[in-house]
Design a protein around this ligand. Structure first.
Ligand code: GLV
Length: 319
């Protein structure tokens, strides 16, 4: 089977693909289009990844990309999110799409909690203060607190639930907004995001990216979150209107933000870098070696299963 890898995925995937299949890579070609012309009819599978997991070589799998490969049947994606792929076009054309759910759920939920605590208790800044020698002059300032807060989770999927499970023993009240009311969940459901934003003082963004959720966190939602509000985004930068967020932070109409994701990664707007009450992580939600290895192995296992004519392990179903 011929497999196309447009972006440089980690060695674990590259090696397995080269060992089991005829692997064609694009990012290191002088003339990728010429190569595609030559091999297009042979390509059965594309193995790709969310931009940040693929060393920042962005290559969205759009309908026009898919149309170039008449025998394409599988797109295996490294990452639980798949906003880099036009999944509905793939579905309409009998192309299976796989992602890497479950194996990264706990790691990403850990990151979310760490980012939340860091944002509210200012651990990064407090450490920088110590390292700069300021503690010798006076103690670090007192921070805001997690105590007594309500967390509104936007997107109560696998990762959202894992965050909720962690947040409960921290004493947080948990509510959620999403496409569906999940009656088996013990948390209050808000069909309206703006109503939820008004009722909470932490907004935890975990919903998928893509056109349907683009800029769902806009000026109105931030206004509703209010002056003591804290925004945490570990999902996709596209969900948040970054300019509205910068304005809300600058005018202090919200208290603080903790971000792991941005509109145009790996570029972070200077206005965010200049702000003191925002914690900025470089999209490391699932970024531990053990978890990334599990994600890579799942990509490999999906392609191997497909190559043997078996059912893939983690097909994308819900788009
Ligand atoms: C990372 O962003 C992922 O979608 O897994």
């Amino acid at each position: 089977m011929d497999v196309l890898m447009p972006v440089p995925l980690p060695p674990l995937i590259r090696q397995a693909m080269a060992q089991h299949f005829t692997l064609h890579t694009l990012w290191n070609q002088a003339d990728p289009d010429a190569l595609i012309e030559q091999i297009a009819p042979r390509i059965k599978a594309i193995v790709t990844g969310v931009a940040i997991l693929a060393e920042d070589h962005q290559y969205p799998i759009t309908s026009s990309v898919m149309q170039r490969f008449p025998n394409l049947r599988l797109i295996a994606n490294l990452g639980v999110g798949y906003d880099n792929i036009d999944v509905s076009f793939a579905r309409q054309h009998g192309i299976e799409v796989t992602n890497t759910p479950d194996v990264l759920t706990d790691e990403t939920a850990d990151t979310a909690m760490g980012l939340l605590l860091n944002t509210i208790r200012e651990f990064s800044k407090a450490e920088a203060y110590l390292r700069a020698g300021h503690w010798l002059q006076k103690p670090y300032r007192l921070s805001a607190s997690l105590r007594g807060r309500t967390m509104g989770i936007v997107g109560l999927g696998r990762i959202g639930k894992a965050i909720a499970k962690r947040a409960e023993p921290f004493g947080l009240r948990i509510v959620y907004h999403g496409r569906h009311h999940q009656t088996d969940m013990p948390y209050e459901y808000y069909p309206s995001l703006v109503d939820m934003a008004r009722a909470v003082d932490i907004l935890m963004i975990v919903a998928p990216g893509g056109p349907q959720t683009r800029h769902m966190i806009n000026a109105q939602i931030l206004q509703a979150l209010g002056a003591d509000g804290v925004l945490i985004n570990i999902a996709r930068g596209s969900l948040v209107d970054e300019e509205a967020l910068i304005e809300a932070l600058t005018k202090r109409t919200i208290r603080a933000a903790g971000l792991d994701v941005y509109a145009n990664e790996p570029h972070v707007p200077q206005q965010l870098l200049d702000l003191d009450h925002v914690v900025l992580l470089p999209h490391i939600g699932s970024g531990s070696q053990p978890t990334r290895d599990l994600m890579c192995q799942l990509v490999v296992d999906n392609v191997l299963a497909f190559g043997k004519g078996e059912a893939v392990l983690t097909p994308v179903r819900d788009a």
